[in-house]
Ligand binder design. Structure first.
Ligand SMILES: [Zn+2]
Length: 177
């Protein structure tokens, strides 16, 4: 089988984004995710000047990709990554985690906030799919190669676009409160 080429250059692709029909090589996947992260940080005002940030230390391909993208995104900003006395914690929650929370809240008849920012915790990767972060993490040489766990959750069979719509719908419901 011939490898599909990247939709943006001549390199072989490592990832296909089904929900918008594009192939990505390592460089363009990183570029795409990096721009998306920067957009989230600006649009949702997740980072302010002089912030002290605590990064989760997750040893997995997803953690590797999140830490790599995040530290690169804030490189030139007047903020610090610290081990204690932080004012914000960076959570690596993804589309899949958020969708699971929403379904669990609905079945428990609870309305629990799952916004980009909840108190001290910010979720800059909330609209990222776990798969795209995982593939970037492996391409970046993550020491942990374990597969994404299969869980049998009702949301497992939903596509990324459907999951994103569910998150947007949930945000609108919360905004009405
Ligand atoms: Zn490319």
């Amino acid at each position: 089988m011939t490898k599909m080429k990247c939709s943006y250059c001549k390199n072989d692709s490592i990832y296909f984004a089904k929900y918008f029909g594009k192939y990505f090589c390592k460089r363009h996947l990183e570029n795409y995710l990096f721009k998306k992260l920067k957009r989230n940080l600006h649009k949702y005002h997740l980072i302010q000047k002089d912030d002290k940030l605590l990064l989760e230390n997750l040893k997995s391909p997803v953690g590797t990709a999140c830490i790599h993208l995040f530290t690169k995104a804030i490189k030139t900003w007047p903020v610090k990554i610290v081990q204690k006395n932080e004012n914000k914690k960076i959570n690596f929650s993804t589309i899949e985690d958020e969708t699971k929370n929403i379904i669990e809240n609905l079945t428990n008849k609870k309305i629990y906030k799952t916004f980009f920012q909840e108190g001290k915790v910010i979720k800059p990767f909330r609209n990222f799919s776990r798969e795209e972060l995982f593939i970037l993490g492996v391409a970046l040489g993550s020491p942990e190669k374990e597969k994404i766990k299969k869980t049998n959750h009702p949301t497992d069979s939903l596509g990324t676009a459907t999951k994103l719509n569910l998150i947007h719908l949930w945000d609108r419901i919360l905004a009405l409160k």
